[in-house]
Design a protein around this ligand. Structure first.
Ligand SMILES: NC(=O)c1ccc[n+]([C@@H]2O[C@H](COP(=O)([O-])OP(=O)(O)OC[C@H]3O[C@@H](n4cnc5c(N)ncnc54)[C@H](OP(=O)(O)O)[C@@H]3O)[C@@H](O)[C@H]2O)c1
Length: 430
């Protein structure tokens, strides 16, 4: 006979609703494959009277989420509200302290509180499942925790934000400006109405921080990491990169080398021949470089109710069928050493520079001189007139030090002939 797994669900939006539907649909599969019978003992969200696309009256509604969790036979609390503060945070901590297993998709909360949550879970001998927090339906957390348990991971490189990836792909495919592609993403449900955290890189930062915590067994302070997103990129950048043989991709990179953890969140140029350059639209992808030369790539749907609900349900099953002593980050919180990440690659890198300049004699020579003064050599340079008075100057550099590029950029941005700050992006060499 199947064993009952009693859960409660807080949050009935995109992911919550899809998870309930999947639990209803897959009853037989749970029973056959895992010998489990998942029972939903309570649901909670903000608005009781809101119409939902599942049969609400099948489940007991709670106005008070803490009462819902307090039911003596609740085994696992599923938090699908979101946000690093407020009721979602309170529910997660309450569940752990009441010795209930927790499943959450809340990357913002995990990026801020993950280490402390791991500590409290261990103290209370319960487990946390968070597969749904990174890359939707791609099983990246369990891959890192289980499949790479005894393997040294060198680097993780990910396209982790489907909204940004969709916008950049659409700008290229349909020759749209940023705003038009953003509107299209919102219309298709790939971008929220308030997409700020997706576009400025913060969402990617949360995710690469969670993955790096597991991959490198470190406690990483979120506030120490600089990040940038795609919100200042234009159609011109996409097409200049294309002309040079590259795609622009929003990346999160975590690598551990020579005792230093490097976390980088920024749009990068990637050669069109490389795998990540061809991961388009709302797809996510993650490359795991391990054991020096081993390379694995996972690609899949990074967001949306249906893919993300697969991760929620797989956590439900895995938490109950796996090792009793499984830790949140793969090892005990006591073994996660604090580390200050740096935002630079150790090795030299080449850069893409686009500067919009007024048509003044000597401007290009002045830019070349600035680069030369910082020992940066130019691999290719071209210019394109945007109107009677303005030009775009596009430069691809040879490999140089990030420090030199930072100094050159500061100098470049003071030039009187510059219309606006220059766009600078790194080229990914993978
Ligand atoms: N959407 C995705 O593709 C995706 C992918 C991966 C991870 N995630 C993560 O999954 C979580 C949920 O995302 P979602 O897209 O499903 O969000 P959503 O559609 O906006 O749903 C949020 C749910 O939380 C409830 N809620 C919001 N504020 C509340 C409050 N103060 N008190 C009680 N309930 C409250 C809402 O109640 P009402 O329904 O009554 O308004 C709604 O049911 C987030 O952590 C998100 O980062 C989402």
């Amino acid at each position: 006979m199947s064993k009952n797994l009693n859960i409660v669900i807080a949050g009935l939006g995109t992911v919550g609703t899809a998870s309930i539907k999947l639990i209803e649909k897959n009853k037989d599969i749970f029973s056959i494959k895992s010998n489990l019978n998942i029972k939903i003992l309570g649901i909670f969200a903000k608005n009781k009277s809101k119409s939902r696309s599942f049969k609400k009256n099948r489940y007991k509604w709670y106005d008070d989420p803490f009462k819902m969790i307090d039911q003596y036979n609740v085994d696992t609390v599923v938090e699908l509200i979101g946000g690093e503060k407020g009721v979602a945070k309170d529910i997660c901590y309450y569940a752990l302290k009441k010795k209930k297993n927790l499943i959450t998709a809340n990357k913002a909360l995990l990026a801020h509180e993950g280490y402390n949550m791991a500590k409290i879970a261990e103290e209370n001998k319960v487990k946390i499942g968070f597969e749904a927090s990174v890359a939707g339906g791609i099983p990246i957390i369990s891959t890192l925790k289980r499949s790479f348990k005894g393997i040294k991971i060198n680097k993780i490189t990910g396209i982790l934000n489907g909204t940004s990836n969709f916008i950049l792909s659409n700008m290229l495919d349909e020759k749209n400006e940023f705003k038009t592609s953003l509107k299209k993403a919102q219309k298709l449900g790939y971008a929220e109405q308030k997409p700020e955290n997706d576009l400025n890189g913060l969402d990617t930062l949360h995710k690469i921080l969670i993955l790096s915590g597991i991959a490198f067994n470190k406690q990483i302070d979120l506030k120490k990491v600089a990040f940038s997103g795609i919100k200042n990129l234009t159609k011109a950048d996409i097409f200049f990169a294309d002309r040079l043989g590259y795609r622009i991709k929003p990346l999160g990179i975590g690598c551990f080398e020579k005792s230093k953890l490097r976390l980088i969140v920024a749009p990068f140029l990637i050669s069109k021949k490389k795998e990540l350059a061809n991961v388009n639209n709302n797809l996510n992808a993650i490359i795991i470089n391990a054991n020096k030369n081993n390379k694995n790539i996972l690609i899949g749907e990074g967001a949306g109710g249906d893919p993300t609900s697969i991760s929620v349900v797989s956590d439900l099953i895995n938490l109950h069928s796996n090792d009793e002593n499984e830790f949140m980050y793969g090892s005990s919180h006591k073994k996660l050493k604090k580390i200050n990440p740096s935002n630079f690659f150790l090795n030299n890198n080449s850069f893409f520079i686009r500067a919009k300049i007024y048509d003044k004699p000597g401007a290009i020579a002045a830019i070349s001189t600035i680069l030369k003064n910082f020992s940066i050599s130019i691999k290719s340079l071209f210019q394109e007139q945007t109107n009677k008075k303005l030009f775009n100057i596009v430069i691809l550099t040879h490999k140089c030090k990030k420090k030199s590029m930072d100094s050159a950029t500061t100098k470049l941005n003071t030039c009187h002939f510059l219309k606006e700050k220059a766009v600078i992006m790194q080229v990914l060499h993978v």
